[in-house]
Design a protein around this ligand. Structure first.
Ligand SMILES: [Zn+2]
Length: 117
């Protein structure tokens, strides 16, 4: 069971870090989302590290939910800063393009951004 979680978190960690590197190009208008993906990768890394701790110190596999709870608590507390990736415009509810969802801090479509200026 733990080996499946270990492999999944390893793949997820690499995927999120590659995504974070792709966000570097959009740092002018997507800094908050870049930090959000970085902190999500820290969360995944903490899960990976907790599995390694369980294996290293020969703890029972049932201790993983305790580690999971400890690692997930900061994510729940800072969820508004971490989950910024909205799929719809915050004012007109129109669906946003994927590039805007992933790389732009403001969750508003171009039409709503233009009317604000
Ligand atoms: Zn809009």
């Amino acid at each position: 069971m733990l080996s499946i979680i270990e492999k999944t978190t390893g793949i997820l960690l690499i995927g999120i870090l590659v995504f974070n590197l792709s966000q570097r190009k959009h740092i002018k208008h997507g800094e908050k989302k870049r930090f959000a993906s970085l902190f999500l990768s820290f969360y995944i890394l903490s899960l990976f590290a907790s599995i390694k701790i369980i294996e290293r110190f020969l703890l029972p596999e049932l201790s993983f939910p305790i580690f999971l709870l400890i690692c997930t608590l900061p994510v729940v507390i800072y969820r508004k800063k971490l989950f910024l990736f909205k799929t719809n415009c915050s004012s007109c509810r129109k669906r946003l393009p994927i590039k805007h969802i992933l790389y732009h801090d403001g969750n508003k479509c171009e039409a709503c951004n233009d009317t604000e200026k």
